[in-house]
Design a binder for this molecule. Structure first.
Ligand code: MSP
Length: 520
């Protein structure tokens, strides 16, 4: 049996509540996976929680609970978010699980036995916030450390090092030979640039006296494993039960590409003789007023006019609208600005107006003029032909763009078709034709209902990976079982003819009409 398509996300730090950045990454990954599944592929989808490290240890101390209790609390928040967002992950790894700890220790031992790990003294500056050593060259011109590093302390200690430098040339060559390893391509260029300077070996241990909350080194019980070495291994450790290694895609944010995912991880795998992941997709950041969205609110945020967060709007207006907004708005790889106004504008115009109203017009008219049973199309004039032709190009472009991670443009193309459907409805004006006693007008009215319904069915099937809930609802309202595969469901057809349609439905309630669905 061939191995399933295997996709992973970054595993989130267990030291705070989830926010838009975390939610986006999961939705993006979910959309990729759902496209694959709808294309008939068997897919395995992993996400999870990064539970070790100094920040968790400090947080637990502050709260007066054990680090494990701290992780258990945060795990509930992140897992609930996955459910709320309709994320279809097959597995959820937590780095404190024995299945993971065991593999990390096995890999470390293997590297140690192979001479890839050595012990040495290290004297230098250490960033507590970033949990990494920082270099003189990282200092700002005034000699201070960038805010990103938080508190920086000088330390001297014995540690274990992984021979990263020795594999630098191999990695450079690998990237040259695999120009599509990282998406988008300009990010791969950043990695190539980074590798032009010599890299140092990686310190992969932390003395327990400084950090106890980690995976013990199998060859020295006085040390725990550096969190990145531990965390990166999750992709592999979780795959073992499923036999789905190598990963086909690692979805991550741009901040953790260089060096962890693009340098440490490929070299770790190479040194272990394990196949590399096939691709890394690095998305950009959600910004708010130009700054990265994160859990920490500064004093300036407190003074800013309060606007609803994307997570709040998701809870108010539904997961599908959230998924549409983030996928439509963000060009994968670029940054995107979040604002409540932008969210509401997409919600009202693209969803409630263009799509929701159109579905309701079809439901209303099928109810009023045809006893809720969809009639057949019997007229075939340029208006209908043009629409069918437009669908053909739309579907071709939509699927090609999605295959290339251009989901925002794919949705743009699809919504262009939705707006054409609206224009078609206005031109045919079935509400006028319905008043006429002329059989030719009746035929045109029926044709227009059949055409609009089929157009909307095709849109619903196409948009399933992005809005699985709404897509299923539309198809169900049109008397059809929601399509599980694109195959056979993306060509213009008359499958809906003769089906009994449902009553008018509120797909996207106006947020100010008091009918917004409350979180279940
Ligand atoms: N624990 C590490 C990842 C280890 S993977 C082996 C980590 N955790 S994180 O919680 O800080 O971030 C998790 C993911 O969310 C990362 O891919 C990160 O880029 C993403 N995002 C966090 N904030 C973000 C935005 N504001 N916008 C988009 N995504 C960003 O890093």
């Amino acid at each position: 049996m061939s191995k399933p398509f295997y996709l992973t996300t970054a595993i989130d730090y267990a030291n705070g509540a989830p926010h838009l950045g975390h939610a986006y990454e999961k939705v993006l990954a979910d959309v990729i996976v759902r496209f694959r599944r709808m294309n008939g592929e068997d897919a395995h989808f992993l996400t999870g929680l990064d539970e070790h490290g100094q920040k968790v240890q400090q947080n637990a101390q502050k709260l007066g609970i054990t680090p494990q209790e701290c992780c258990d609390r945060v795990a509930v928040l992140f897992q609930d978010l996955c459910r709320e967002l309709a994320i279809s992950n097959d597995d959820y790894i937590r780095t404190t699980q024995p299945r993971h700890v065991k593999v990390v220790q096995e890999l470390l031992q293997k590297l140690y036995d192979a001479g890839e790990i050595y012990k040495a003294d290290y004297k230098g500056f250490y960033s507590i916030r970033q949990e990494q050593f920082v270099l003189e060259k990282d200092r700002l011109p005034d000699g201070s450390w960038p805010e990103l590093f938080g508190e920086v302390i000088e330390i001297t200690e014995s540690n274990y090092f992984f021979r990263l430098a020795k594999h630098q040339d191999w990695l450079r060559k690998y990237l040259e030979e695999n120009p599509d390893f990282i998406f988008p391509a300009f990010r791969q260029k950043n990695v190539v640039e980074f590798l032009k300077e010599p890299i140092s070996d990686l310190c992969i241990s932390r003395p327990k006296e400084r950090l106890a909350w980690g995976i013990e080194l199998p060859f020295d019980k006085d040390f725990v494993t550096y969190v990145w070495f531990d965390a990166l291994t999750n992709y592999y450790s979780a795959s073992l039960e499923k036999g789905c290694w190598p990963a086909d895609i690692h979805v991550i944010g741009k901040d953790i590409l260089v060096p962890p995912h693009a340098v440490y991880w490929p070299i770790m795998l190479h040194a272990l003789g394990i196949e590399l992941p096939k691709k890394i997709v690095a998305h950009g950041w959600w910004l708010s007023a130009g700054r990265k969205v994160s859990k920490t609110k500064t004093a300036a945020d407190a003074d800013a006019p309060q606007e609803k967060s994307a997570i709040e709007l998701m809870r108010e207006l539904g997961a599908d609208a959230f998924r549409y907004f983030v996928i439509r708005e963000m060009n994968v790889g670029q940054d995107s600005e979040y604002s409540e106004a932008l969210y509401m504008s997409r919600y009202k115009s693209d969803l409630a107006n263009d799509l929701g109203n159109m579905v309701n017009r079809v439901l209303n008219m099928t109810g009023n003029y045809c006893g809720r049973v969809l009639p057949a199309a019997s007229v075939d004039e340029p208006l209908e032909k043009n629409l069918r032709e437009l669908w053909e190009t739309t579907a071709r472009q939509y699927h090609a763009l999605a295959a290339d991670f251009q989901f925002h443009t794919a949705l743009d193309v699809l919504w262009n078709f939705v707006r054409e459907l609206n224009r078609y409805a206005n031109e045919r004006a079935p509400w006028k034709l319905a008043k006429s006693a002329d059989p030719a007008d009746r035929a045109k009215m029926e044709t227009s209902l059949a055409t609009m319904a089929e157009g909307l069915r095709l849109v619903a099937v196409a948009v399933t990976p992005v809005m699985p809930g709404i897509a299923a609802k539309i198809q169900t309202l049109f008397g059809a079982a929601p399509a599980e595969k694109f195959d056979g469901a993306q060509a213009w057809s008359d499958v809906l003819v003769g089906r009994t349609f449902g009553e008018k439905a509120i797909l996207f309630p106006r947020p100010d009409d008091g009918k917004a669905p409350k979180k279940a």
